[in-house]
Design a binder for this molecule. Structure first.
Ligand SMILES: Nc1ncnc2c1ncn2[C@@H]1O[C@H](COP(=O)(O)OP(=O)(O)OP(=O)(O)O)[C@@H](O)[C@H]1O
Length: 661
């Protein structure tokens, strides 16, 4: 039995939780000093109007977003701290959106999440079979995209139930589900909560009466709980027939802070209070004559309450000096569990950092790579497109550039006085002219075609990978899939690495295809000479240098993460149009079209630091001059590529971390 069950009977505890979005004038307070207690093994129904902050609260509970005040404890610890499996396999999360891969089958979807949770193949198969029959789903080979809306929601529920988590969080699971199935889902929830598994369930719903089946309900408004208790207790306390009436009654009674409460809110003037100083406060209930007093222990950023009075809402905002408005309206929502010791604390900066620096896990990488490859397999037109574009590029390039000139119009400027030259030229016609010598090749090594072909190969694959991976990220984020993967314990670094690995495979194929066309279709000299060279070193070098070229694609992921943090396709379009600028950065400055030696000195220096400059030169030297890994230019290309990868990964990781809210 986990340790927290002995020390604390609550699976989830929120104390004075505050959370806002935005800053400055656009700051929006979403959670305003919310307190919540979810007993272990209970079904907790979270009710509230649209936009009152339910989803935000759930995100705080699963550790997907940081709180700005107060603390959250989930299954005994602060969510998101290192070593805690929340987010991870201890929590099953069904978001509001269906959040499924539409091109996957039901079986593939559940296998993907099972792998992320470290389940064996047998366990996945067994649970899949059970969930399919329990949720009356069609056979597992059916594509998600071909299921009805209700069936898709049931698959989403199955993915949350798959690993039999200790905490199940369901954000409106019964929306769009028929009444029969809704009843069945509730039966199952009651079953798993009461069985030996003792799963704790938090469920949000707009169907208030459905929540009467829960062990405990929390009625939420304006970012805080108006009341929290057993449904029957709430109804008897307020002498009302149903939960809906209780909710309406509480909403009428409640007025949001700063409305017109001056005479109701007693205020006190405090002397300057330093950390851990205690202050005795007298208070009076607004709706009765009863009075009492309470001792508050004040801290710099926190305050703790002794007695029945809860933490003053304005304490943290205004600091410990001056007037404090006591939140009378919420001061009597008794939270219970007085003796509970909650081993949680606000997420500290050092903990955040530890979480960010987490090493990628092979299990997650494997599951993500299989997912990426399955996505590719299911999207043949896109895959063909990925291979066709570089082919078209190399063919057009070889057809149009570097060939022997023909049909060139020639004119002669003749300045002799007697116009004898003009007379002579007048006698010339197409038959008079005859070629007197074969054109001489090989004067310049490498030729212009050779010069550009290497750069083209490096950059053609680069652009396509950027666009397609970005698109996949934006869509996954938009459909809530990224959120779901994060809650399953996947890190941003793992998602990024899985895309690097799968794109590398595709890019290797693209490069071989382009080389084949350049060699067989157009006899590009440099490719021929590289292939004819028999020394082992040359072959190794040629292949080896492909890797820096491939790895430079990592720059993709900086853009990918920046863009995927925005939720609309607008930014994808914006990104694609900014390719104009990227053209200069990737074709002109790295010396793909024209040698960098012809640039001013300062520009040359900048060029050396760009990700494609060294790999392009290295490929050119290996193919044209037979250089190998021993040559400085070749190994420098590796170093520069690796440095770019590290820089991008760190920058992308930091950006994602701070944009995750
Ligand atoms: N990422 C975000 N950035 C800015 N504001 C946000 C963000 N997420 C939510 N909000 C805002 O916070 C408030 C609460 O949103 P939340 O999704 O938590 O509400 P909810 O109670 O779950 O609503 P519903 O029942 O309609 O799903 C809303 O006003 C919403 O616009």
């Amino acid at each position: 039995m986990p340790q927290y069950r002995d020390s604390c009977p609550v699976a989830v505890q929120c104390c004075d939780v505050r959370k806002h979005y935005g800053s400055g004038r656009s700051k929006q307070d979403v959670l305003c000093g919310l307190d919540m207690n979810v007993p272990y093994g209970a079904i907790y129904g979270l009710l509230g109007a649209s936009g009152c902050g339910k989803t935000t609260l759930l995100k705080c509970i699963v550790g997907r977003t940081n709180v700005h005040g107060g603390y959250v404890s989930t299954l005994g610890r602060t969510p998101g701290t290192s070593g805690h499996l929340v987010p991870g396999r201890m929590v099953g999360y069904m978001p509001q959106e269906t959040a499924l891969f539409v091109r996957f089958t039901i079986g593939e979807t559940l296998t993907f999440f099972g792998r992320l949770h470290g389940m064996s193949s047998d366990a996945i198969r067994e649970r899949t079979d059970f969930l399919l029959s329990f949720l009356t789903l069609p056979e597992k080979s059916r594509l998600i995209g071909q299921l009805s809306g209700g069936q898709q929601r049931r698959v989403s529920l199955a993915a949350a139930l798959l690993q039999e988590p200790e905490l199940l969080i369901l954000d409106e699971p019964t929306v769009g589900v028929d009444p029969v199935l809704r009843e069945k889902i509730w039966e199952h929830l009651l079953d798993i909560a009461k069985s030996s598994l003792k799963t704790t369930i938090i469920i949000t719903t707009h169907y208030i009466e459905e929540a009467a089946l829960a062990d405990r309900v929390g009625l939420m408004r304006g970012g805080r709980l108006l009341a929290e208790d057993k449904p029957s207790t709430l109804m008897s306390t307020y002498k009302l027939q149903n939960l809906e009436a209780v909710f309406l009654h509480l909403c009428h009674r409640d007025r949001l802070p700063n409305e017109d409460d001056e005479e109701l809110l007693p205020s006190i003037s405090l002397p300057s209070a330093s950390d851990q100083e205690s202050v005795k406060v007298q208070y009076k209930r607004p709706d009765s004559d009863s009075t009492g007093d309470s001792v508050l222990l004040l801290g710099g950023n926190k305050s703790t309450t002794y007695g029945s009075l809860k933490t003053p809402r304005d304490l943290t905002r205004g600091g410990c000096e001056g007037r404090i408005h006591l939140p009378i309206k919420t001061s009597y929502t008794y939270s219970g569990y007085e003796d509970c010791v909650v081993p949680g604390s606000p997420l500290s900066k050092s903990r955040r950092f530890r979480k960010m620096a987490m090493l990628p896990r092979a299990r997650n990488l494997y599951a993500l790579c299989v997912k990426n490859l399955t996505s590719m397999k299911r999207n043949i037109p896109i895959l063909l497109f990925e291979f066709m574009v570089p082919v078209i590029q190399i063919v057009l390039f070889c057809v149009c550039i570097g060939r022997e000139p023909r049909q060139i119009p020639v004119s002669i400027v003749n300045q002799d006085v007697d116009d004898l030259g003009g007379l002579f030229i007048g006698f010339l016609n197409n038959e008079t002219m005859n070629k007197v010598a074969e054109p001489v090749y090989g004067t310049f090594e490498p030729s212009f075609t050779d010069f550009m072909a290497s750069g083209l190969i490096v950059s053609a694959t680069f652009f396509l990978a950027t666009g397609l991976t970005t698109l996949s990220f934006v869509l996954e984020r938009k459909e809530g899939l990224l959120e779901r993967m994060y809650v399953a314990g996947v890190s941003a670094l793992e998602i990024m690495m899985s895309h690097v690995l799968t794109q590398l495979t595709v890019m290797l194929g693209q490069i071989l295809l382009m080389l084949g066309i350049a060699l067989l279709g157009f006899q590009v000299g440099m490719v021929i000479s590289a292939c004819c060279r028999s020394e082992m070193a040359s072959i190794q070098g040629t292949l080896g240098t492909m890797y820096p070229a491939l790895l430079t694609s990592d720059i993709v992921f900086l853009f990918v993460y920046l863009i995927s943090s925005f939720k609309t396709l607008f930014f994808f379009v914006y990104f694609m149009s900014s390719i104009q600028i990227l053209f200069f950065l990737s074709y002109i400055i790295p010396g793909i079209i024209w040698p960098i030696e012809a640039m001013p000195n300062w520009m040359m220096k900048i060029s050396y630091f760009l990700p494609m400059t060294y790999p392009t030169y290295a490929v050119r030297s290996i193919m044209g001059r037979g250089w190998s890994i021993q040559d400085s230019l070749v190994w420098m290309s590796y170093l520069i590529s690796i440095a770019w990868i590290v820089i991008h990964s760190v920058v992308a990781g930091v950006l994602i971390h701070f944009q995750s809210d």
